[in-house]
Write a protein that binds this ligand. Structure first.
Ligand code: FMN
Length: 402
């Protein structure tokens, strides 16, 4: 499997060969695809594979991308679109843009202090940042970022004594929303990722050698050792509080049994917005609504869990029909373009969560890279809205489609 994006297909046999920009100048990145190429060049193989890979044949990942082709636009013309408003109300607050940074673990492997870097870029852009349970920074260590909309993602590990303590920490940190991820009762089968390890989660010799060939990454990431996992460390024995020890602990304490009773408990413990992430079936959507959730994320975890799963973009319109107009529907998995975000909103989503798109920016160039990813997507949305003949994101609905 090649990490490096192949040159995009030319439209005609005689067209010139094409390739993504993979240099170092963020300003020259035209698309999220360019940031991806830059990231793949900078990262050692094991870290690039963790970021990039999906489960098994990666059919879900491909479907996530292909599903966008099911809808095409039918634009309106001869209208004044000189002023365009990209802001969107999500979970009761006006956001500058109709997307947020979704929760991803181990961000410290992509850039030094990756979680804080993502959060800073999100706050500057006026969009929410979601922090993962398996992030490399304490949930309480974001207070120095002005205007941060801080969402916290919860994985349930171990027995019923652990998650209430994590929720209490997120509450103390005044996180605006709690996102409970429920699509991982069994860990996704990421074979490409595992090939970088020997048994027991030790990096293989070839992965170690490959790491040595990325001295820039090593100098930046490993200057203080592998990144820590402060939100889980209180529950992990002292001797295992390191990258691979934590990964082993997570695997050992992974929970294959989550009940709606657990969700009811979480609802009681959590005083602010509650979102269930990883809903794909309409019955689970109904049960989320009945459980008192404020919203769901339609998600297949970016193709990293069940292979051959439906693409969330295919679920938006039926989910909206079930949930009615007021329930919050977020969606993720496969979003790399502003046009795709516009599509999701027109189908009935409130906003899109970004996984890899902003992580490519992070790995390509830290905070400036994340900001560049956000800027690229915002410009694409702005252009799309204008060409559709609209002046505001809030005007989007199914009538934009052919
Ligand atoms: C590197 C990586 C780490 C992730 N870690 C988490 C996590 O800790 N918690 C979680 O709920 N989802 C996690 N996800 C899933 C994302 O939140 C999101 O659902 C997915 O990335 C969306 O697909 P996309 O990457 O194609 O945008 C992770 C995804 C990636 C790529």
């Amino acid at each position: 499997m090649s990490f490096f994006p192949r040159p995009a297909m030319a439209t005609e046999p005689a067209s010139p060969p094409r390739q993504f920009y993979a240099g170092r100048d963020l300003a020259r990145a035209q698309t999220i695809g360019d940031l991806r190429a830059m990231a793949m060049r900078r990262l050692p193989r094991f870290s690039a594979e963790y970021l990039e890979g999906g489960a098994e044949e990666e059919i879900t990942m491909r479907r996530n991308r292909a599903a966008f082709d099911a809808h095409v636009f039918k634009p309106r013309v001869i209208r004044d679109v000189s002023q365009r408003d990209l802001s969107k109300t999500v979970l009761g607050r006006k956001r500058a843009l109709p997307f947020a940074i979704g929760p991803t673990g181990f961000n410290g492997l992509l850039w030094d202090q990756g979680d804080h870097v993502l959060a800073r870029a999100a706050a500057k852009a006026g969009i929410p940042f979601s922090q993962s349970t398996t992030s490399n920074r304490s949930v309480e260590a974001f207070g120095d970022i002005p205007n941060l909309a801080h969402w916290f993602q919860l994985y349930l590990f171990g027995d019923d004594t652990i998650f209430p303590q994590i929720i209490a920490a997120a509450d103390r940190a005044q996180c605006e929303a709690l996102i409970v991820t429920v699509d991982s009762p069994v860990l996704g089968n990421r074979e490409w990722d595992r090939r970088n390890y020997r048994l027991g989660l030790d990096l293989s010799w070839s992965a170690k050698f490959n790491m040595l060939m990325h001295p820039g990454w090593m100098a930046r990431i490993l200057k203080n050792g592998f990144p820590p996992f402060p939100n889980l460390e209180p529950f992990i024995p002292q001797q295992d509080r390191n990258l691979f020890g934590v990964a082993r602990w997570c695997a050992k304490h992974h929970r294959s049994a989550i009940s709606w009773q657990n969700i009811a408990t979480i609802r009681k413990l959590w005083p602010r917005k509650l979102i269930i992430k990883g809903v794909q079936h309409e019955d689970d959507l109904r049960m989320s609504i009945d459980a008192g959730a404020d919203g769901v994320v339609l998600s297949n975890h970016g193709g990293r869990q069940l292979d051959r799963a439906v693409a969330p973009v295919e679920l938006i319109a039926p989910a909206r029909a079930v949930a009615g107009p007021d329930f919050t529907i977020l969606v993720d998995s496969g979003f790399r373009r502003g046009t795709e975000i516009v599509q999701a909103l027109a189908l009935g989503a409130d906003a899109v969560l970004l996984g890899r798109a902003t992580l490519y920016g992070l790995a390509a160039g830290g905070e400036a890279g994340v900001s560049r990813a956000i800027e690229i997507l915002a410009a694409e949305i702005d252009r799309t809205i204008g060409m559709l003949g609209l002046t505001s994101i809030e005007e989007l609905d199914h009538r934009v489609f052919a």
